[in-house]
Design a protein around this ligand. Structure first.
Ligand code: ZN
Length: 310
């Protein structure tokens, strides 16, 4: 108790009080992001960014939200930007944990839009830049999540029970990195993406992958021709090939594009080299902005959407 009356400690207490008041008056979003992430997640991101030379990324100044965790306990984070309530567009990065530059691109996009709100006035943009943190933070990094499941084969598509395991055994020879899970939607990272789709009802989704080097797309058949025309033009402008790769049991293209009629673009970057990440962002930033601006017609999406909660 004696210590409390010492003048230097009173000064320290006053300083602490000032710091507390300062934090209380921070915008709620910043406070929320600190409270949700904890320093360790942000620090893990910063360490990775430093290793990869991603000097321009800041992780803690955006209004990140997180309501779920991975099997390894990492928060599954997203940010909602823009004031608009209609026509949300959803960007996904780091679905496969070893596709490193995809994480940079989606974090960089979030940061760019946060710093340039005029670019998305009246629009709604939702970005989940690290869907599979367990794969991204593991040593070595893995495509699959913390329980060895390929998140892009785990969506509860109508053909999952009939075909997911059959497809895995016959088409990809039971290679572990494509394992679809023991049952559909068994993984928190899958439920996370389903919850984002359910909550924000996006009419466009862009998921960034690597290193297959093409654009692929799925969407409502009524509007697919005009969408294909648009994407052909975009692909030619970005000098990036367009391929109709098709979809799989449990893949996002199947779940969102085929079954829910949401225009779903997969951008496969040319490599998984983290050193190329900034170059790729410079190259595809225009594509992202055009995708945000693209007006969408066609059937109302989410006709068959379940309600997995937020
Ligand atoms: Zn991938």
């Amino acid at each position: 108790m004696l210590l409390l009356v010492m003048p230097e400690m009173r000064t320290a207490k006053q300083a602490l009080f000032i710091v507390m008041v300062f934090f209380l008056y921070l915008p709620p979003a910043t406070l929320a992001s600190n409270a949700i992430h904890g320093e360790s997640f942000v620090q893990l991101l910063k360490n990775k960014a430093e290793n990869y030379g991603w000097k321009d990324l800041r992780f803690s100044n955006l209004p990140w939200e997180s309501h779920r965790r991975s099997n390894g306990g990492h928060p599954l984070v997203f940010v909602r930007l823009g004031e608009g309530s209609k026509s949300c567009v959803l960007f996904l990065g780091g679905v496969h944990g070893d596709e490193t530059p995809t994480v940079y691109l989606t974090f960089a996009l979030a940061q760019y839009l946060w710093e340039h709100p005029e670019m998305i006035r009246g629009k709604c943009v939702v970005i989940a830049p690290l869907v599979n943190p367990d794969g991204f933070f593991s040593h070595p990094m893995t495509r699959v999540n913390g329980r060895g499941v390929d998140i892009n084969r785990n969506f509860p598509t109508r053909n999952w029970r009939r075909e997911a395991h059959k497809y895995w055994r016959t088409k990809v020879k039971s290679i572990p990195r494509y394992y679809p899970g023991d049952r559909p939607a068994s993984e928190p990272e899958t439920l996370f993406q389903m919850a984002l789709i359910n909550r924000f009802k996006p009419n466009k989704i862009l998921s960034v992958h690597s290193p297959l080097n093409f654009f692929d797309y799925d969407g409502p058949s009524t509007d697919l021709n005009s969408f294909e025309k648009w994407l052909k033009k975009i692909a030619s402008e970005a000098n990036h090939p367009l391929r109709k790769f098709g979809y799989y049991p449990g893949s996002l293209g199947n779940y969102a594009g085929n079954e829910r009629g949401i225009f779903t673009v997969t951008l496969e970057l040319p490599s998984s080299n983290p050193g190329e990440a900034n170059k790729y962002f410079q190259r595809f930033q225009k594509v992202f902005m055009k995708f945000i601006d693209l007006p969408v017609r066609g059937i109302p999406p989410h006709a068959h959407c379940e309600n997995p909660g937020s």
